[in-house]
Design a protein around this ligand. Sequence first.
Ligand SMILES: *Cc1c(COP(=O)(O)O)cnc(C)c1O
Length: 307
Amino acid sequence: MYPIHQLNIKTSILLDIARIDLIHPEYGGNKLFKLELNVAEAIKNKHSCILTFGGLHSNHIFSTSAYCRELRLKSIGVIRAYAENFLTSPTLFAAQSNGMQLEFAGKSNYKLKNEQSFINELKEKYGDFYLIPEGGANKLGVEGCFTILNENTKHYDYIFCACGTATTYTGLLLSAEDHQKIVGISVLNDKGSLCETVKKWLIKFNSTKQVSSLTNSDFINSNCIISGYEQGGYAKTNKTLINFKQSFEEKHQIKLDYIYTSKLFYAVFDIIEKKHIPSNCKVLIVHSGGTQGNKAFEEKIKNTALK
Ligand SMILES: *Cc1c(COP(=O)(O)O)cnc(C)c1O
C-alpha cells in the first residue's frame, strides 16, 4: 500500500496525490506496476533473464534493473543510443551497477525492436530471456496497473495520470469504478494516437468503457486523454513549466520529474483554475515517479536558452 497525501489548495476541490512513487526509492512509481506481473510470468515460466528496451534516460530501464537485482534475475537493457553516449547517462550507469547488461542498439537498429529477426539475433547473443516491450507496454503491463486503484481510492470523482504509452492510463480506466472519470495528460505530441491505443486495449479487454480525446480548453465530463500540455513535445520544457515545478516543490515539499509529472501537475492546476471540473469534486493525481532522470535533464537544459 502507498500513502495518499492531501494538497492544501484554496478551492472547494479536494486534491490528493497517490504517492506510488514512494513505494520504493528505485523502482517505485508506475513502472513497478507494469513490471510486477511480467516478472511473475517470467519466473513462472522458468526464465532467469529479463530483456527490455529503452532510451538513455529511461525510467523503465532504471526500474527494471533495480527490480531484477532485488529478485535475483539477470537483466538486459537494449538501449536506443550508441555506447559512446553511456557517460552522459546517470540512468544507464545506475542500471549497470544494478547488474543490467547493456546492449547499445543505436537509433536505427533500435527501430527494429519489434522485428522477430532482431529478437532472434538477441537470443543468439544472450540466450533465453523473457521480453518486456519498451515502457512495459503489454497486456500484463496494463493488468499490473489494475492494483494502483483500491479500496482507498473508490471515493474520488476524477483520477489524473501522465500518459507516455497510455499503458498506465488503460490499467486505471479498466479498474476504475463506473462513477470515476479517468483523465490522462499527454506528455507528447500524440495527435490523438494515445486515445486510439486505449480504444484498442478496451476492445482486447472486452470493455464497454468509453474514452475520448480532448484539448486543454475543454470541460471534462468523460474519460479522456487531454492534449495541449505537452509543451512542445516529449522531453521538451519551457520557463513556465520549470517555474511551476520549482514553486510546487517548494510549497508542497514533493519532488516532480521534468518529463511526466511536472506536465501532469501543471495541467491539473490549470484545469482547476479554469473551472473545467465542477466544484466540490474529489480529485486524485497519480504521482508516477521518474525523478531519477532529473539530474541528466538539468544537465541537458543547463546551456540552452529556454523560452
Ligand atoms: C513511463 C512513465 C509514465 C508514462 O506511463 P505510460 O504507462 O507509458 O503512459 C508516466 N510517469 C512516469 C514518471 C513515467 O516514468
